[in-house]
Write a protein that binds this ligand. Structure first.
Ligand SMILES: Nc1ncnc2c1ncn2[C@@H]1O[C@H](COP(=O)(O)OP(=O)(O)OP(=O)(O)O)[C@@H](O)[C@H]1O
Ligand SMILES: [Mg+2]
Length: 239
């Protein structure tokens, strides 16, 4: 894709992002942008394709729309990002880097259902597309005919456990950040994920489990939060 070709996105994308996309496409991480999958306040997700015609998802953090001051507070509480400078670009670039790193742990180490992270640069994250023929999978919150909610619930809990065993907690898990694809729960949106060196590691775990329970209780029998927490944490983090 040539630099001029990105100009059509001027309305939604700033110069820094256009430059980043151009760099990533030069490095062959993707070939063409297809369409906007979701435009949010802080990010825009595009569908794209690589040279072989594989679908990709490209998440772009909107540099000039993000509330970087509160993001900075969250970031510096994470020992991995303790020294992040308090300027807009540093914060957003590191936010994106954190999502990439967390997704890598989830996909490669914990081996849960999640998009495969492919590359990141500045405010841009390229990952595997979850969906079919360029049509994104529905969020769990949008599915009205969950086929086997009990199985989906158990798999989701199992995935939280696998992440935990790899010292990662998602940190923003809810029916909005799980895609329902091939009847399986794909976790996405890892930017708030923390490792076990974060002071709120166990609190975030509890919150994620609580969110899963409050969604699934409408569809199936759930396991009480205390039991789930005990089963996952056990005596691993005794204080
Ligand atoms: N890998 C993917 N494949 C298909 N669709 C995706 C993928 N990643 C994200 N999406 C779509 O884009 C939407 C927004 O993605 P995501 O939840 O990561 O961003 P966000 O909620 O804007 O992020 P944040 O909460 O960090 O601002 C998802 O709900 C989903 O519809
Ligand atoms: Mg989200």
């Amino acid at each position: 894709m040539k630099k001029e070709d990105f100009k059509v996105y001027r309305k939604v994308l700033d110069e820094i992002t256009i430059f980043g996309l151009w760099k990533l496409s030069n490095k062959q991480y993707f070939d063409i942008l297809e369409s906007i999958v979701k435009e949010g306040k802080e990010s825009v997700v595009f569908s794209a394709k690589d040279k072989e015609g594989n679908w990709l998802a490209i998440k772009i953090y909107r540099i000039f729309h993000c509330d970087f001051k509160s993001m900075w507070k969250y970031l510096i509480a994470d020992p991995r990002f303790l020294s992040t400078k308090k300027d807009r670009k540093s914060v957003i670039f590191n936010w994106c880097k954190r999502e990439f790193r967390n997704m890598k742990i989830a996909y490669e180490k914990a081996k849960i259902f999640s998009p495969k992270p492919i590359a990141f640069f500045n405010n841009i994250l390229i990952m595997e597309f979850i969906g079919k023929d360029g049509k994104p999978a529905l969020r769990l919150s949008e599915v009205d005919d969950l086929e086997n909610p009990d199985k989906l619930y158990k798999t989701s809990i199992e995935q939280v456990k696998k992440l935990f065993e790899n010292r990662l907690v998602h940190g923003d898990l809810s029916a909005f950040n799980i895609l329902y694809h091939d009847k399986k729960p794909f976790f996405i949106d890892f930017s708030q994920g923390v490792r076990d060196n974060h002071p709120l590691f166990l609190d975030f775990l509890k919150r994620d489990l609580k969110n899963l329970n409050s969604f699934f209780k409408k569809f199936t029998d759930i396991i009480p939060l205390e039991n789930l927490y005990e089963e996952i944490v056990g005596d691993k983090y005794d204080v």
